[in-house]
Each structure stands twice: as C-alpha cells, then as structure tokens.
Design a protein. Structure first.
Length: 747
C-alpha cells in the first residue's frame, strides 16, 4: 500500500513527514489541516510501520471525528485501528475502565446541563441560599475550576480575596461534588477533570495508557483548556511524540475555558519542538483573504502569519451601513434574492452570521414572510427534547440505581400524584439514615419515610422500576421497546389530544429507531455504553444537513463550516465587539471571532452595520464596529480618530426623538450607502466646564436626571473629552460627554 502525495503541497508534506518529538503545525483557515493530520497518521502506519493501535487522534467535534475516520478508512482500509475520538469521548472511555480507582463504578451517569442545574439547585436549597441569584454564578465558577483542574479548596484559595461570594461558592462547590459522588454521577466537565485526577493519582494507569498511545495527535489545539493540555502532556511524556495542529487566530472559546496560550507558548513548553506553517488557503478568494488579514493583524498576541491563495479573480467585499436594522435586514435579503436570480446560487449557499442570537429575529421574520426556508444553528437538539430525556432518565435509573437526579425526574412521569414534598421527604430520610434514594423507595412499605396515600403512589413507581431492572439483560433495543411500553409513554402523550404531544410520541418512536440502529452496529452494547454515547452527542451537536435552506447562525457555531456567500451583520460597537469584551480586555478574542466569520466565505462576503437598532425595548444609536474599518485596511490611528468624532457627534451620543417608534423609522429619501469612513466629522461646540470628571469610574454607579440610576460600562478619552457609556436597567445603554452631562457619580 502506497500513499498518494499529490494531494499535498510542499509545506503540508514536510509537516506530515515530521514524525518524532513534539511538533506544532500552525494551520491557517482553509489551509487543509485535517488533510495533513490524516495523512500524517497514514504515513506513520504505511511508511513508518507503526502499529495503528499505538496512535491516538483527538478532535473537538463528533463531525470532525467522523470525517477523519472516513478519510483514514479510505487510506488504510481494514488496517485502520487508530483510536479517533473527541476529548470527552476519549476520557469517558478511560473512566469507564478505571473509574473504580477514584471511587466510582463503571456505570456512572453523565449529567447534562439540566441534570447539573437540578443537582446544584438542590444543594442551594439545602444551604438556604437564593438559587435564583446564585445558581448561574456558582455554576460558572465550578466550570472554571474544573476546566483548570482545580479542587474546591484550590479554587477557593485563588478567589477568596477577590470574589464577593467566595465562601458560599466554596461551600456549595464541595456539597455539589458530594452530591454527584453519592449519585455515582459526573457532570460534563468531570469527564476531563476526573481523567486528570486519575492519571495524576494512579501511575500504573498512566503508564499503561502511555504505552498504548505512543503517537498522540490533537486537532484544533488552540481550543484546548488547561485540563485537556495537562492530559495530553501526561500521556505523551514517556515517548515525547505530540503532534498538535491549530491556529491561534481562530481561538474563540476563551469564555468556556480555552487557553490560547497553549498554542502561543507551545515552543516555550517544548523548546525542542519543530514548527511548520500552513498559510495557503484553498477556500476563499484573494479579496476575502485580504479582508481577513487586514482584521487579524491588529491583534498583538499572535504568531505572525498571512493567508494567501493561488486563486485569481473574485468579487470585491461589500460594506454597507444601514439607517436602521430593518434596512440592514432588507439589504441582506434583497442581495440573497438577487444573487439567486442572477448567478444561480441556492439557499444552502448563504449564511447570515451574527454575534448574538437576539439579532436573528428580523432575519427569521423576513425570510418566513418570503417563504424562504432557513435554519438557525444552535437550536434545540433532538436528544435534548424533554420526552427523549425522560426515556433516557428511565434507562439511567436501570443502569445506575444511585442516580437520584434521574429518579427525581421520572418519579412522577407519567403522573402518579407524587409531589415535590414527598420527594423531599424521601431525600431527607435518605440523608438522615445514610441511604440512597433508591433504597428508600424500594423499602417504602416498611421504612416509614412517608405515610398514607403517598406510600401507595411511590409503591407503584417501586414496582415499575423493579420490573424494568429485572429486564435489563434483554438486548438493548428490545429492552428500550419494553421500557417505553411498560411505562406507557404512548398513552401519556397520545391521550391528551394535543398535536405537540403527538409529535413528542413520534419523537420517542424515532428514538427507538435510533436505538435499534445503534444496536445493529454494536450488537453487544450495554445500556450503560449506549447512555454514555448519547450523553456525548449534545456536547457538539454541530450536524448541518444538506437541505437547501439559508443558514442563520452565531459566528461561534459555524467554526469549521464554509459557505459560498457570507453576510456578517450587526457589526456595531457594544455588539461586536461586545461591551463586556471591551471592559474585560477581550477585544482580541472578539477580533478572532471576526476573522473566523470572514474566513467562512468562499466566493462573496458582505459586512454590514446599522446606525440605529431596536435594543432593550428602545431605538438606540449605534457606533459602527472598529472591525469594519479594519477589514478595509484602515489604520488603528485613523479608526480611533473616526470613532472619537462619531462618539462626540449629536447622533453618536444618542440624541434622538423619544417619540419615534421602531415601526415608524424610515431612512431619509436622499440617504445613500454610508460606510464608517463617511461618518460625521464635525464636533458640536461644547461650553467649558469645571466639572470634576475624575470621580466617574469604570463599573461605578451614576444617577441621571431623566434615566435614573445606572452603571458605567465603558470610559473613553480623558479630561474634558472623557466620555462614558452607561447602562440603565430600564433604558439600555446611553453615551455621555461627562463634562456636560447631567450625571452624578454615586459614592
């Protein structure tokens, strides 16, 4: 068997043939990184005679895993014994085998977001804390800690002097971990966190895995967090063969723990690392790549590189500044209709990319009114539907009887008259007697946990669960069909006469079909193995069908995808880049998001903004994003000058007629297309003021004569030119020149 290298350019071939030691491949957008990684694995097997069972390839999405497996099947045929999986699937596989070494059994449950939220809410109630105000905050802190591989005590030591509710976070974090452990469950972040714990505490397990995986490959390395990097570092330490592929310019997941430093400082962590650079783009036209390079070169923290292509021609990138968001929507939809009519494009060739989900509404409404089919990426996924999660919860209880969250979910579905009070009493009884919830239920007739009619209702559930457990050794698909019939899901949904419930029953039938197909592919699979597979599906539910429909998506959700025509909409300050990113020094990541959005385009690119936008229930004046001028090659000094002129102009300070309603806004008849460079350039005269503006601080509170109390979320300029953006709960954001504005700082 020989490899055909004709599909690789010289740079790709050199990276592929560098097989020993640490290797970093800096692969720009559209440069064929997956091809290089795939050929590198095949090269090891075919040319270097490496046993494919000693090779590990880690990806970030199920889609990428499937694509790599298909490519290697074509290159290696029956010899494709390479382990290819996502990080979370790989860790789940390790934990299934070795979980007992860290105090779990192999049938542990994997909690999704809803399960985790219920477990956390339960802990907060037990601690008599306000679940409404603290749950999301504490969950965020727990996720941050686990993504960095920190225990509750280690994380508390870091935040105790900086975070207001550090003591509560620490206490709840500990109790939440105890709750998961007692349920023999792990949340999604635990799949990584517990794997790291296992490798650090069990040297024999680490050595066994090191000897198994002697050549380790990591795709999308810029998206790794601290724990993921620690795992691959430990696994590769013995043999030293770590091959990572990525692009720091496409690191856009810092908000969920990704550390761009992992790729930026790889050569410092591995001084003997060899670095290869892939900058030839095979996706986009020269004009689109020029736009992308113009934007990203404004980032300071990056590896210097510039995309290029051998393609020629291509249309110019178009920019448009609309009078309001309605006009922007109309402009984009009219372009779609025109391109379809004049150049033969199909609906599936178009993507409308937005920074935040809330901007999708106007596009959805307009496309619907024109009967143009569309999809919104990141919507509700099949396995996350309530009815599917209910069936899964029954299966979880049968697989892992200690899973109290799954029991609480289904104990009164279908309705049996078992209320929350009865469940809380049984949970309290379990805590007092050191038992699991399932033990209390199975002995409900004799333990006195409940009295009266409640016992009979719980007894009905006990008999059902006992029966299902008694049938768990059936073949997987037969058991699933038995479960659905025994619980009587069909009657629960079809007896209501509601169309939505009929649809839910049809979804359950579709789920049974999925289980049957899974069973045919994995005839010996257990309930536990199936559940772990399902738990990992929603994690990266990025599947995009080939239907002929327009795509509306956030920029984060299209990473790895490409479209012939891309519209980047809503390019305005405080939306893109977001106000939070500017306050938290996150503009560089926002710029990388823009870069990713631009490089999704193959043939045509359109970038638009709006002078006015309906936000926070009011029409607001908007400042065009700095990224628009950067895309056109604007210099930073010029951009800063234009932004200052805009911000100090009457329109830029949000002086509009409050009586004008959104539906009544129409652009002046003589207003043409306006770009950032055409914005007003004259400043209104401002009377001198002796007002002490130094009392206004970022994050500080202020009081306005009309708008009431607000919070300063951005400050620009200094002295008499100092400007502030203030967020008012009822009025949204407003911009003020502090020297003359009727604002008073709160002490």
């Amino acid at each position: 068997m020989l490899l055909d290298y004709s599909y690789l350019n010289d740079a790709q071939k050199q990276a592929m043939q560098d097989t020993e030691g640490p290797v970093l491949v800096l692969a720009g957008a559209g440069s064929g990184k997956t091809r290089v990684l795939t050929y590198r694995v095949a090269y090891l097997v075919i040319e270097k005679r490496v046993d494919p069972r000693h090779i590990l390839a880690i990806t970030f999405t199920n889609k990428a895993t499937g694509e790599m497996r298909e490519r290697l099947d074509r290159l290696l045929g029956d010899n494709n014994k390479v382990w290819i999986s996502t990080f979370h699937s790989f860790c789940a596989m390790i934990l299934k085998r070795f979980a007992v070494r860290i105090g779990y059994n192999e049938n542990f449950s994997i909690y999704d977001d809803s399960d985790s939220n219920r477990a956390l809410a339960k802990v907060l109630r037990q601690k008599h804390l306000d679940a409404g105000s603290l749950k999301d905050t504490i969950k965020g802190h727990i996720g941050t800690a686990k993504n960095e591989g920190l225990t509750p005590d280690q994380y508390y030591a870091r935040i105790k002097d900086e975070v207001k509710d550090a003591d509560d976070i620490h206490e709840v974090f500990i109790a939440y971990e105890e709750q998961l452990k007692s349920n023999n469950a792990m949340d999604f972040d635990d799949l990584l966190h517990k794997t790291k714990e296992l490798l650090e505490s069990c040297s024999d397990v680490l050595e066994q895995l090191q000897n198994r995986y002697r050549y380790i490959h990591v795709d999308e390395f810029q998206d790794t967090n601290g724990v993921q990097f620690d795992i691959v570092r430990m696994l590769s330490d013995k043999w030293g063969n770590l091959f990572v592929v990525g692009d720091d310019d496409q690191s856009i997941y810092g908000w969920r723990g990704a550390k761009v430093e992992n790729i930026l400082h790889f050569d410092k962590l591995y001084p003997n690392a060899k670095i290869h650079k892939l900058f030839q783009n095979y996706r986009s036209t020269p004009n689109i790549l020029t736009c992308a390079n113009n934007v990203i070169r404004n980032n300071a923290e990056r590896h210097e590189k510039e995309l290029f292509t051998s393609k020629t021609g291509g249309v110019k990138v178009e920019y448009f500044t609309a009078y309001n968001d309605r006009q922007e929507t109309q402009w984009i939809i009219e372009n779609i209709k025109s391109l379809k009519r004049m150049y033969g494009y199909s609906n599936k060739d178009f993507a409308i990319l937005i920074r935040v989900n809330s901007l999708s509404r106007s596009f959805e409404n307009t496309l619907s009114s024109l009967r143009i089919k569309y999809r919104v990426l990141g919507g509700f996924k099949f396995f996350e539907r309530k009815e599917i999660q209910d069936v899964i919860a029954y299966m979880r209880v049968v697989s892992n009887v200690k899973d109290a969250e799954a029991i609480a979910r289904i104990i009164n579905f279908p309705r049996r008259g078992i209320g929350d009070t009865s469940v809380e009493r049984m949970l309290e009884y379990a805590r007092m007697h050191g038992e699991d919830l399932i033990d209390v239920i199975l002995k409900i007739n004799v333990n006195g946990a409940l009295g009266g009619a409640a016992v009979n209702k719980v007894n009905e559930f006990r008999l059902l669960i006992s029966d299902l457990i008694g049938h768990k050794d059936l073949p997987l698909h037969e058991f699933a069909e038995y479960l659905v019939g025994k619980v009587n899901f069909e009657y629960a949904y079809t007896s209501t006469g509601k169309e939505e419930d009929e649809n839910r029953w049809e979804n359950i039938l579709e789920f049974l079909k999925h289980i049957k197909e899974y069973s045919e592919a994995h005839p010996d699979a257990s309930i536990t193995e199936f559940l772990q597979t399902v738990s990992l599906v929603p994690e990266r539910g990025e599947e995009v069908r080939d239907d002929d429909i327009v795509t509306i998506a956030t920029m984060h959700s299209v990473k790895g995808l490409e479209f012939k025509v891309v519209f980047i909409a809503g390019c305005e300050e405080d939306i893109f880049p977001s106000a939070r990113s500017k306050n938290e020094n996150g503009v560089e990541e926002e710029r990388r998001v823009m870069y990713v959005a631009i490089t999704r385009a193959q043939e045509r690119l359109y970038i638009s903004s709006s002078r006015q936008r309906f936000r926070f229930n009011r029409v607001q004046s908007m400042l065009p994003s700095r990224f628009m001028e950067e895309a056109k090659g604007g210099q930073q000094s010029k951009i800063d000058e234009l932004r200052k002129k805009w911000e100090t102009h009457d329109f830029g300070r949000g002086r509009y007629d409050d009586s004008v309603m959104f539906d009544d806004i129409t652009p002046p008849a003589n207003r043409g297309r306006e770009t950032f460079a055409q914005l007003p350039t004259t400043q209104p005269a401002i009377k001198p003021s002796n007002k002490d503006v130094s009392r206004f601080k970022l994050g500080g509170g202020v009081t306005h004569n009309t708008y009431g109390e607000g919070k300063i979320i951005m400050i620009a300029g200094s002295g008499a030119d100092m400007q502030a953006t203030v967020l008012f709960p009822k009025w949204g954001t407003k911009k003020f020149l502090l020297a003359v504005a009727p604002l008073t700082p709160k002490e």
